[in-house]
Design a protein around this ligand. Structure first.
Ligand SMILES: CC(C)(COP(=O)(O)OP(=O)(O)OC[C@H]1O[C@@H](n2cnc3c(N)ncnc32)[C@H](O)[C@@H]1OP(=O)(O)O)[C@@H](O)C(=O)NCCC(=O)NCCS
Length: 385
């Protein structure tokens, strides 16, 4: 396989906006192209990560985006894998460039959801899980992740305070990120006293509904060399796995098999050990999700991640910083954009552009993106050159 580079990445602010998903994808893409130092015409194909375009009455975003970039001939496809749409689109771009089929691919993730009320948005989101047997019976994502949280508490003694510590740490990081949905610090007490969403998960254990977009340019070594482009970040490993699309059929609700499989594939591909990574952006749609992710990735032993968060080991200046961007919890979760936004954070970190949230000596970063309750997972490993 050919060596693949992350030539550039850029994103819009996350939060609520009057812009459409289409507008947002254009802004992020134009910024990424400009940062890459290439012309739109260099882009040969695009993958658009978008889960709920139909909620805006707009599917098939690709040709609209390509036309606004002045390259209507460029082929584009929408990638939909619920909350893992972004990571899946990065994976497709990686495979296309590694195989030598294309040299330059644009990945644009976008979502607009804030025009929907909470019930409507929650219903749309549940279409990404097992709607027939779970969503339709009222088991929406907060309820499903609450079930996982209760299982984890039962099996490993994980506490509500440990969950709260994840939210506090991610809000501390998001406070330093001027593009985050929430830029405010919170305390353990704030989390514990916030409104219960699905017991034991509360308002501050949950990610918000966000609008936003992110874009990345994936390029071959040959293209970089031919155009004298600086090789700053390479993609060392790519892993992608499916998992059970339903939660209620699983024997173990304290772990996501798709994370285990995708991360082992990515690590093997990169020929490194999980201990070699300097930081990770993981899928913390709810606080319990970050704890389960760290354990499934192998960063901590099963049942140990909650304690590690309380000890401060996952802070920006800790021994393994997790979600320096603020994560889904504080930076926000514009579904289609999320996995690409994680790549934007890795690009900023590895090019030493993260200002106050810069992870010292960051050289290897990992992204972990999950769809629904683990029906899809994508893991990528990046190295600063
Ligand atoms: C947690 C949740 C239920 C809150 O929705 P809500 O009760 O309708 O909240 P509102 O939009 O009315 O906002 C009420 C307040 O809480 C804040 N808020 C909303 N969601 C928040 C969150 N997740 N974290 C922190 N604050 C939040 C709002 O900013 C607002 O603050 P303000 O009154 O100071 O302006 C909703 O954000 C949610 O369902 N999140 C999970 C989304 C999800 O399932 N994603 C997929 C994961 S797999």
């Amino acid at each position: 396989m050919n060596k693949v580079f992350l030539l550039s990445a850029a994103g819009t602010s996350y939060g609520k906006t009057d812009l459409t998903g289409r507008d947002l994808s254009m802004l992020a893409s134009k910024h990424a192209i400009e940062r890459a130092g290439i012309k739109s015409q260099d882009i040969q194909a695009a993958f658009i990560a978008n889960a709920f375009g139909m909620a805006e009455k707009q599917g098939h975003l690709g040709p609209l985006l390509m036309s606004s970039l002045g390259i209507p001939h460029a082929p584009s496809s929408t990638i939909e894998a619920a909350c893992c749409s972004g990571g899946s689109a990065i994976r497709e771009a990686y495979i296309n460039v590694a195989s030598g089929f294309y040299d330059v691919i644009l990945v644009a993730g976008t979502e607009k959801i804030s025009h929907l009320d909470t019930l409507t948005a929650t219903t749309y989101f549940s279409y990404g899980g097992d709607y027939c047997f779970e969503g339709n019976s009222g088991a929406s994502f907060p309820g499903l992740y609450a079930t996982m949280a209760r299982s984890h508490m039962h099996e490993y003694g994980t506490t509500e305070e440990e969950l709260a510590a994840v939210a506090v740490k991610n809000h501390d990081n998001g406070f330093l990120n001027d593009k985050a949905h929430f830029q405010k610090r919170i305390t353990i007490d704030d989390v514990l006293k916030s409104a219960v969403v699905a017991d034991p998960l509360k308002l501050y254990d949950s990610c918000p509904f966000s609008d936003g977009a992110a874009a990345a340019i994936i390029a071959s070594e040959e293209f970089m060399d031919k155009n004298n482009l600086q090789k700053r970040v390479s993609i060392k490993g790519s892993g992608r796995s499916g998992g059970s699309g339903s939660l209620h059929t699983r024997k173990d609700m304290t772990s996501l098999e798709s994370t285990i499989r995708a991360s082992r594939e990515a690590l093997k591909h990169a020929n490194i050990n999980i201990k070699d990574i300097d930081f990770a952006e993981v899928h913390d749609c709810f606080t319990i999700a970050e704890i389960i992710a760290m354990e499934d990735l192998g960063i901590f032993e099963k049942g140990e991640a909650g304690k590690a968060v309380v000890e401060g080991r996952t802070k920006i200046n800790g021994d393994i910083p997790i979600n320096p961007s603020g994560g889904l919890k504080s930076k926000g979760h514009p579904v289609g954009a999320t996995g690409v936004g994680q790549v934007v954070e890795v690009f900023e970190q590895l090019t030493r552009n993260s200002k106050k949230r810069q992870v010292e000596d960051a050289r290897i970063g990992l992204t972990h993106n999950v769809g629904a309750t683990g029906g899809s997972c994508a893991v990528h490993i990046f190295e600063g050159e």
